[in-house]
Structures are given as C-alpha cells and as structure tokens.
Design a protein around this ligand. Structure first.
Ligand SMILES: NC(=O)c1ccc[n+]([C@@H]2O[C@H](COP(=O)([O-])OP(=O)(O)OC[C@H]3O[C@@H](n4cnc5c(N)ncnc54)[C@H](OP(=O)(O)O)[C@@H]3O)[C@@H](O)[C@H]2O)c1
Length: 253
C-alpha cells in the first residue's frame, strides 16, 4: 500500500486562501500536487504572494476576488474555476469575518454581516460547486472553538460557527452517496492577522499558550496538515465530523 498522499490531477478551491490559515492550506494542497484556486476580498498583494507560493510547488494557481458573503459573487467565482480548470475536487470553506462585541451591543447589521459571511456561505458555495464535483471529492469548512464554548466578544462569530458545523453534518448525509466527504476543522487560537481585531489579543495569546497541554499555540501548518489528511484517502470513513485542533486546550475544565 502506498502511504504517501498525492493530490495530483485534483483541483482545489480555498476561500480566504490568500493569508493566514487559508494560505497554509492552499500551499499544503499544492505541495501534495493539487492545482489550487484561492479566493480573497481586499488584499491583492497577499493573494499574489500566495499564488507565487503555490506555483513554487509546481502547481497551477488562480486568485479570484469575490465576497463570499454575496451569493452572486459565489456563482461567478465557481464559473471562473470551471473556465480555468473544468472541475473541482476539493472545496475548503475558510474565509471568515465578523464583529467582535458583547452580544448585547450587536446591531442587526453586525449580526447579518457575520452570519452571511461565516454561516451563509457554505450552502451556496456547495450548491454552485456540486456540478463541478462529478467525480466526488472533499469539502472542509474551517470553524472555531467558539461554536461550542462561550468566549468574550465572540457571540456573533461563535453562533455563526455553530450553524456552520450543523450544516456540515446535514450536507454530509446528503453528499456521502455522491462520494463527497464533508467535514469541519475547529481550530484553537492561531496567531494570524485575524487576532489584530481582538481587543485583548496579547492576553488571548498568552493565556492560550499557558493553558494548552502541548505547551504551544496551534499554527496555520497544524491546520493545513489535518486539511490535507481530510483531502486524502486515509480519511475516507470520516463524514460529518468537526475535528478539533488545539493541542488539547478545549478538553481542560
Ligand atoms: N486565527 C485564529 O485564531 C482562528 C481560530 C479558529 C478558527 N479560525 C478560522 O480560520 C479561518 C481563517 O482565519 P485566519 O485567522 O487565517 O484569518 P485571516 O488571517 O484574517 O485571513 C482571512 C482570509 O479571509 C479572506 N476574507 C475575509 N473576508 C472575506 C470575504 N467576505 N470574502 C472572501 N474572502 C474573505 C481574507 O482576504 P482579504 O485579505 O483579501 O480580505 C483572507 O484571505 C476563519 O474561518 C477563522 O474563523 C481562526
């Protein structure tokens, strides 16, 4: 039995693949041989750098600007992938945004913004991508511990991630007969640009590191390694699960 992972001849889309965790996943999939489309919204320079990193692995890369919170943008993005690659095997729904405030300070706009981008994306993304996934494939959504834990200022994002994880389970039972594996990865604290928006960033990082049994923070590469595993044949019987990657942080009382 060949124990190495090869994704050659496969095409992947990583939303929010231009920076942080998404970039690490995109590069890891390219290292395994996949051609990778990445999506971004604002920072073209970061997207260009990720394209360079993917191409450095000998894979084809495509950067697509699209707001994953807008249904129309999602349809156009999938069209671009069809035009460039003709198919899709791996869909990584990673892009996220959200308003960090106490629940009672959230406005209707804050709530819908966060829900639309984090929870509302996966369904239209999957519906549009499905016709390109004729040979089966893999869907992975990136979630966070706030889906099941209460974290200060995280009410909207936490609720959106809980909805995302529920959707994963429902999609999993509908798509399993089509040969599509659907799972989520839930990450502990990862030091990316996203943390700049937390009012207590330094405290959060120190506390996470101190409390994590493995004695270190989770890195983008930790997440990318599990994403690669979920895209490989080695995880074929894992369906509808949320896999926590946090060095044991969340099992502590
Ligand atoms: N960092 C953590 O501690 C942590 C922990 C658990 C889970 N996560 C999850 O991991 C995922 C990635 O987080 P990260 O920390 O890597 O974030 P990040 O470094 O802030 O990167 C966010 C990425 O998403 C893109 N993006 C944001 N809004 C978008 C939109 N509306 N449409 C399309 N693309 C959009 C950004 O593109 P532009 O730069 O062009 O805007 C960027 O590529 C998210 O789902 C997050 O919830 C993160």
């Amino acid at each position: 039995m060949n124990l190495s992972i090869s994704l050659s001849d496969q095409v992947a889309l990583v939303t929010g693949g231009s920076r942080g965790i998404g970039r690490a996943i995109a590069v890891r999939l390219a290292q395994a041989g996949a051609d990778v489309a990445i999506n971004y919204l604002r920072q073209r320079t970061a997207a260009d750098e990720t394209v360079r990193l993917i191409e450095e692995q000998g894979a084809k890369a495509l950067a697509i600007r699209a707001n994953v919170g807008e249904y129309e943008n999602i349809g156009q993005m999938i069209k671009e992938i069809e035009n460039a690659f003709g198919k899709l095997d791996i869909l990584i729904s990673n892009a996220a945004s959200g308003v960090l405030k106490p629940a009672l300070e959230l406005t209707e706009r804050h709530w819908h913004w966060t829900m639309d981008i984090n929870a509302g994306t996966l369904l239209p993304l999957t519906q549009h991508a499905l016709p390109l996934m004729k040979d089966g494939g893999t869907i992975v959504a990136v979630s966070s511990l706030g889906s099941v834990r209460a974290i200060p200022n995280y009410a909207a994002v936490g609720a959106s991630k809980a909805a995302l994880e529920s959707l994963i389970r429902h999609l999993a039972i509908e798509l399993a007969p089509k040969g599509i594996k659907v799972n989520a990865i839930s990450a502990g604290t990862v030091d990316t640009d996203a943390l700049k928006y937390f009012p207590n960033r330094d405290e959060l990082l120190d506390e996470s590191k101190r409390r994590t049994p493995t004695g270190r923070l989770t890195t983008p590469d930790d997440i990318a390694n599990v994403a690669l595993y979920l895209c490989s044949r080695f995880s074929d019987q894992i369906q509808g699960q949320t896999i926590v990657i946090d060095g044991g942080y969340s099992i502590l009382a």
